[in-house]
Ligand binder design. Structure first.
Ligand code: SAM
Length: 452
């Protein structure tokens, strides 16, 4: 693997850099596979992984001894785990050391697709509200898919440019900027990325990173936490950005405790001695990564009144029809968007109405379904959400049937007429509708397994 010599040259000034070890590592092409399990759906013991090993800095993170075919694992599609690079799971550790989960925090993940950090955030802040934003439309679709499968009701997916958050002044307790970057930290995994690397691109990334932070800094509360990360090794995208933040805003970094066996390198920026954490893959079991946490200090700010948009509530009749299908959880409020009836925790309804005033919302809470005449048509989001399915008729599938279902093929079952959930090892995969002479498969067409 030919690493650009300009990158090697520039890294001599980075703490912990060892050019021989760095180049040797990129020639080994060793691959590391890690997953983060969804504790609201399963436990590691229930998954069929061979000898998983805990990732030291993340409670739900595990290294796998080999890379299974995730596509053909129904647990993967059921949102039982997320395949996530181990270094980036350090976000969990940063959160544990910097933010308490009390007081129902409001969190923004501004560069969120495909959803690795957002699924982690929604798990950590499971009593909070996570706004998971992606500016690129196509990438917002895959983000929505991953958030839906993860199944927690506390996420709002938006598709906005970061500057559209400006009006939500002093609003979020935590903002994560997992910035678009030159990607050198992933060279070992993705050799193609080397061809796209240039010094010029590093500087363009630096400018873009500054712009994104500047766009959202206004909506971080005083004493709020900004977490900045990249998968780049370049100083210009890491320590230089920390200095720029300290220069431009009234914010200072937070030092976190590292356990020696993690082998993570603590670095400090030249001008402000701001703390950052570097993951050198010849030292840690993971890819190249950089992360830092800031606290926003006191400063004068104007508080403009934030507006809201009122949602329409479902009618009594619609609620009754839904209730005849599923027991409605009492701590949730229901609202309608177009014909879809959605649920969000009571405490978040007003916040959602605020977000809807300023942002393009792709997904909010959990969509339960629609009413057609006297019938309730359940939505896929409801099937894979963590709401109890105890009172919904559920059919257990074996692995072969589960894969047929996920390919959206016909499945041969003897079941009662009407809507039924189908599940694999107790985890719902989606809906079928049993008719007198056939069974309709309601797995979303765009998510079906195509690979043979
Ligand atoms: N946080 C994600 C995760 O953990 O799965 C990965 C995020 S990736 C490093 C950066 C994201 O920023 C990409 O999805 C990309 O589309 C988005 N992006 C690109 N340009 C952007 C911009 N100008 N403003 C905001 N986001 C941008």
């Amino acid at each position: 693997m030919k690493i650009p010599h300009q990158l090697i040259q520039s890294l001599h000034a980075a703490k912990g850099f060892n050019s021989n070890a760095f180049e040797a590592l990129h020639n080994t092409r060793e691959t590391i596979t890690s997953v983060r399990i969804n504790p609201f759906k399963t436990a590691i013991e229930k998954l069929s992984f061979d000898n998983p090993q805990q990732v030291g800095w993340c409670k739900n993170g595990y290294y796998l001894s080999e890379r299974p075919s995730f596509t053909f694992d129904p647990f993967f599609h059921a949102g039982a785990y997320y395949v996530q690079e181990a270094s980036s799971m350090f976000l969990w550790q940063i959160l544990q050391q910097t933010v308490a989960t009390t007081n129902n925090k409001k969190v923004l993940d501004v560069c969120a697709a495909p959803g690795g950090k957002s699924t982690l955030l929604s798990t950590y802040f499971n009593n909070g509200l996570v706004v998971s934003n992606e500016v690129i439309k196509q990438r917002a679709n895959i983000l929505t898919e991953n958030i839906t499968k993860w199944g927690l009701p506390n996420v709002v997916v938006t598709n906005n440019d970061p500057k559209q958050f400006k009006q939500l002044e002093n609003y979020f307790d935590v903002i994560v900027v997992d910035a678009p970057c030159s990607g050198s930290g992933l060279f070992r995994k993705d050799e193609e990325a080397i061809n796209e690397w240039s010094e010029n691109n590093v500087m363009l990334c630096n400018q873009r990173q500054q712009r994104i932070i500047a766009d959202v800094m206004n909506c971080l509360k005083q004493d709020g936490i900004l977490i900045y990360s990249t998968c780049s090794y370049s100083i210009e995208e890491n320590e230089t950005i920390l200095d720029w933040v300290c220069n431009t805003f009234n914010a200072s970094t937070i030092q976190v405790e590292l356990q020696p066996q993690w082998n993570i390198t603590e670095t400090q920026s030249v001008k402000h001695n701001a703390y950052g954490y570097r993951f050198w893959p010849y030292q840690v079991k993971g890819e190249g990564f950089f992360i830092a946490a800031f606290k926003k200090n006191n400063g004068a700010f104007e508080h403009t009144k934030i507006k809201t948009q009122s949602f329409i509530s479902p009618s009594k009749n619609e609620i009754q029809i839904m209730q005849s299908f599923i027991q409605l959880p009492s701590k949730y409020s229901f609202f309608k968007q177009n014909e879809n009836i959605k649920a969000v925790e009571n405490i978040w309804l007003n916040e959602l109405q605020t977000l809807a005033k300023y942002l393009f919302i792709k997904k909010a809470g959990v969509e339960f379904g629609t009413i057609k005449g006297r019938d309730f048509i359940p939505s896929h989001e409801l099937a894979v959400s963590v709401f109890s399915s105890e009172n919904i008729s559920t059919i257990e599938l074996n692995k072969e049937q589960a894969l047929q279902y996920l390919r959206r093929q016909e499945i041969d079952l003897h079941a009662e007429k009407g809507w039924q959930l189908v599940a694999y090892c107790g985890l719902p995969l989606g809906w079928i509708k049993v008719l007198p002479n056939r069974i309709n498969n309601y797995y979303p067409n765009e998510w079906r397994i195509l690979k043979q």
